[in-house]
Design a protein around this ligand. Structure first.
Ligand code: HMG
Ligand code: MG
Length: 297
């Protein structure tokens, strides 16, 4: 159905990457299995980044081996050829590279300049595509950057265009620090469309720092976007982005789409139960309003 939406679940990766206490690998595997069982069609599992940069995800290899065949079709973050090698060794089929729209965040998150990041991604994507893998690309800091302030739309579009030209099949536009508002969303999507990237190639990735994530998702849906990143229970935050808080909660998004009569395929009760269970492991309640409303007391 053309009006169905796809929720790209990032809780196990974006949601957990910022957690200080290491979540046991068995709990991560169970989290992913439960998210899949709740009907989420795409569950990003982990990151093959430098383990010292993101210690929480240092167990990526172990986790994917534990998930076995089920894990092979789940996307994982890969910044460079070393990360790709690790993913290929495990027979994984979907990777996601992650670029920055700003110079400062490219340095802080990738230890590269804005231009240098493409030199790191180019051979990674070429080799991945040659091996038959699918490649998603993220652009971070699309709506504002804590160090540089407003980010010119042309700069965001140029970075996104370059990532797609490298061979990415989908581009996820990240509001890494959650500062964007609905008017900006439509403006940026119009600019991408004008640059030859239609809504079908685009996804949106909102963080909820200023409480705008759901309104932004609605604006994107009205524009024609049909792939939405979200994180179970609203977990999340980027370790290298000052002030980034949780992602848009998957439950909040599912509740909105249910009200609109838009099919997500997600079993909301199973998802709430999963997020409530994970909140118990993390030792604090989910910030999601829908989880709070629906969780059994
Ligand atoms: P670097 O230090 O410049 O790496 O880090 P290097 O290429 O100079 O290599 C140095 C050493 O690291 C070498 O080892 C490499 O083998 C090793 P040595 O020869 O010294 O023994 N190495 C690796 N080991 C394991 N896996 C790897 C890897 N790469 C190199 N993949 C690097 C560059 C990109 C690796 C580093 O900056 C990094 O890992 N960054 C990741 C940061 C991160 O994960 N951030 C969070 C995800 S992004 C995000 O959350 C935003 C998003 O959600 C969208 C949004 O919200 O906007 C996606
Ligand atoms: Mg993010």
């Amino acid at each position: 159905m053309p009006d169905d939406v796809t929720i790209y679940e990032v809780g196990a990766r974006d949601g957990l990457q910022n957690e200080k206490g290491i979540v046991p690998v068995q709990a991560k595997a169970e989290f992913i299995t439960r998210l899949l069982a709740a009907g989420l069609p795409v569950v990003e599992a982990t990151s093959f980044v430098h383990p010292q940069w993101v210690p929480q995800l240092a167990d990526a290899g172990e986790l994917m081996a534990m998930l076995g065949e089920e894990g092979r079709h789940l996307p994982v973050l890969v910044p460079n050829e070393r990360g790709l090698d690790r993913a290929l060794e495990l027979g994984l089929r979907h990777i996601a590279i992650f670029g920055s729209a700003t110079e400062t965040f490219a340095q802080k998150n990738l230890n590269r300049s804005l231009d240098e990041q493409f030199a790191m991604f180019a051979p990674t994507v070429t080799r991945a595509r040659a091996a038959g893998l699918d490649v998603r690309a993220y652009v971070s800091m699309c709506f504002g950057d804590p160090w540089e302030g407003a980010v010119p739309v042309e700069q965001v579009v140029s970075v996104g265009r370059r990532l797609v030209d490298l061979g990415a099949s989908q581009l996820s536009l990240g509001d890494t620090v959650g500062v964007g508002t609905a008017g900006q969303v439509s403006g940026l999507l119009d600019a991408f469309n004008a640059a030859g990237l239609p809504d079908e190639v685009l996804a949106v990735h909102f963080h909820d720092t200023y409480g705008q994530a759901l309104a932004n998702a609605y604006a994107a849906w009205q524009h024609g976007i049909r792939t939405f990143d979200a994180s179970a229970g609203g977990l999340g935050g980027c370790p290298y982005a000052k002030s980034a808080t949780g992602n848009l909660a998957t439950e909040d998004l599912v509740w909105m789409f249910r009200g609109l009569g838009v099919e997500t395929g997600v079993d909301l009760d199973a998802l709430v139960a999963t997020s409530t269970w994970m909140a118990g492991i993390l030792g604090r309640p989910s910030p999601s309003r829908v989880v709070t409303a629906l969780a059994p007391r």
